[in-house]
Design a protein around this ligand. Structure first.
Ligand SMILES: [Zn+2]
Length: 116
């Protein structure tokens, strides 16, 4: 029972992550990353949920089962990717700050613009 549940959770996370990654690359590629990551992520979230519902149908799951299994997994991945793509660690105090910040909100140190 527990093992089955872990299997469902892990399977949903891996499946949702693969679909999410493919869609984020597709959306980013089509727009050549000219859009902000915020916009790309929001579009990816929408497409991934729509895709998951059709995908669930393909695997013989009802829309209800798909929503229970995949939608929470997609939202977890969305929040994780959002945190990863839109934030970085302050080089001085190691607290998380926005990628485009010029001043750290935690330690007040001035940050130099990243060259890459
Ligand atoms: Zn700092």
């Amino acid at each position: 029972m527990i093992l089955e549940l872990i299997g469902i959770i892990l399977g949903s996370l891996v499946g949702a992550y693969i679909v999410f990654s493919i869609i984020i690359l597709a959306v980013g590629g089509i727009t050549r990353y000219r859009w902000s990551f915020n916009k790309i992520l929001n579009i990816t979230l929408t497409f991934t949920i729509i895709f998951a519902i059709f995908w669930g149908d393909y695997w013989g799951l009802s829309p209800d089962q798909t929503i229970i299994r995949y939608v929470p997994a997609i939202i977890v991945i969305y929040l994780f990717e959002r945190r990863r793509l839109l934030t970085m660690k302050c080089p001085q105090c190691k607290e998380r700050i926005k990628t485009n910040a010029t001043k750290c909100k935690h330690c007040q140190s001035i940050l130099f613009e990243q060259t890459s």
